[in-house]
Design a protein. Structure first.
Length: 131
């Protein structure tokens, strides 16, 4: 047998050995790449959901309404009523669809306002004594 023939036989044996040893590694690499692709899709879903959450209006109380710009989610008080901005606006609550009444003025508050002005709701004791 000459050297070239021997080298060919040895090369074939080495090739088979290397292929046999690397085959499980290649299968594991393919499995990991598939898992990585799945995780990348899941991460994209999470990023999309986070972006949607971040784009939502943040509810924040701004005190008594005054003429200025408000973002969606802004909450203000006007005439003892609580309003929430449904969208960015600079309008007065109650005059456009930009505001939603969140809490109407409580009856007790209206009674106090009426008592100061001489009109309003009768007090509980006045209702009980009327009989």
């Amino acid at each position: 047998m000459n050297v070239e023939a021997l080298a060919g036989v040895v090369a074939g044996i080495v090739r088979e050995f290397v292929e046999a040893q690397t085959e499980p590694l290649q299968a594991r690499i393919a499995e990991l790449e598939a898992q990585d692709a799945q995780r990348a899709r899941e991460l994209d879903t999470v990023r999309t959901k986070c972006a949607a959450l971040e784009a939502r209006a943040v509810v924040e109380y701004h005190g008594v309404w005054s003429p200025r710009d408000y973002n969606g989610g802004a909450m203000v008080t006007l005439d003892s009523n609580l309003w929430i901005a449904r969208q960015a606006t600079n309008t007065r609550p109650g005059v456009s669809d930009a505001w939603q009444l969140a809490q109407r003025r409580p009856r007790a508050c209206a009674a106090r306002v009426g008592a100061r002005s001489g009109i309003g709701y009768p007090t509980k004791s006045a209702r009980n004594s009327a009989g």
